[in-house]
Design a protein around this ligand. Sequence first.
Ligand SMILES: Cc1cc2nc3c(=O)[nH]c(=O)nc-3n(C[C@H](O)[C@H](O)[C@H](O)COP(=O)(O)OP(=O)(O)OC[C@H]3O[C@@H](n4cnc5c(N)ncnc54)[C@H](O)[C@@H]3O)c2cc1C
Length: 407
Amino acid sequence: MAEAFDYVIVGNSAAGLQALKTLRKHTADASVAIIDREDCPAYSRVITPYFVGGKTERENLFIVDRDYYQKAGITTLFGRNVIALDAESRQLEMDDGSRVIFGKLLLATGAEAHQLTVKSDRSSVLRHLADAEKLAELMQNAKCITAIGAGLVSLPLLSHAPASAEKHLVVGSNRIFSRMLDAESSAILEKRFVENGLQLHKQNDIVAIEEGARLKLQLASGDCLVSDMLIVGKGVEPNNELARAAGLQVNYGVVVDDYCRTSHADVYAAGDTAEGKDFVTGEPIIQGNWMTAVEQGENAALNMLGMGCAYSGSLKNNITEVFGVDIAAIGDCMNDTAQIVSTHDQTTGRYRKVFLNEQQQVVGAVLIGETNDAGLYYHWIRTRTTFPGKQVLNGTNSYAAFQQRMA
Ligand SMILES: Cc1cc2nc3c(=O)[nH]c(=O)nc-3n(C[C@H](O)[C@H](O)[C@H](O)COP(=O)(O)OP(=O)(O)OC[C@H]3O[C@@H](n4cnc5c(N)ncnc54)[C@H](O)[C@@H]3O)c2cc1C
């Protein structure tokens, strides 16, 4: 006998948890189930690098505790993998043979990390809690750490690793953060990271791993790195196989409209698995950031409840700290827009770059060295604000400068 629920969410993370909270905010009585193959309460993937590096305890990763779901009257099916979706009969099939029937379904299945073709027991990606636990153990005694891929997994992990460890980064392209920042911004950071002891191996790859007391990592360049562990940060792939097999429209991610609805009227998708509209360019995109997953999870839930709320589109919004340097990349900050305004204080390292469209509206920003006012730039982009002028970049507080100018 299959259990039936008004609303079913697959994925207990940023998008799924926000959808659940939104559903409960508006419906006390509806039956809601959340399913996840990980058997734990929702946790923040964003802070797992701090846990791996020993800078925070495991318990601090959790956003809610196990009681939360019970108190909210939510059925949890954790430790269960959904293996098939039949959208027409509104059924999900689990790996233990059980079935669940839904009124409306949210796919908040996120993404999986790309693996390397060459493998070792002393290497791991970082996507799930189990990966974080493995990396934390490997890192404890590592004297030399190598990572491959120069994005939001490898660089924070290396930066939070013990200061005493030798740190190498193997990068396929000719620069770091090549999917997040423009070339000038990434060059500024590269210099800072190298000054902090990072050893870079650009336009390179790991082609073989020789096991032994230590790992011998054979590089495409012919060099060999002797290391105690390997971090794999080569990007992610959306978990879209359930939707694809069910005949829903899938491009790179599960295609959603402005209501986070898939090509099936009763199935919604949100977060790292969903391909929706970018707020600035209007192009389909998977942003791959926590805030977008939360916004889309909320929007999907409102529309599952029949509230008819359009989502204006997602925004790039990466705010992080690597090797002690605060970094924010918001909106369209990689393309040559109509006008680019920047300042760089060589003494303090404070760098600001603002991207404007033809109407002089702010469409993107890169902040390095200080990100306290990143929210203001996010707001300017969301509200299509006309850039107040270069002077707002120079003060230590853009908001005060903005207010002064508007007074
Ligand atoms: C190390 C790391 C650092 C990051 N740093 C940042 C950062 O600084 N800033 C930022 O904005 N973002 C960051 N991100 C990205 C951010 O974590 C993601 O954008 C966010 O987690 C996406 O949330 P989601 O709910 O869409 O999916 P996910 O968090 O991927 O969760 C999907 C859930 O669905 C479950 N699931 C999938 N398929 C099934 C199935 N068939 N059956 C049952 N369960 C299933 C999975 O187990 C998983 O728990 C980082 C990610 C990582 C891994």
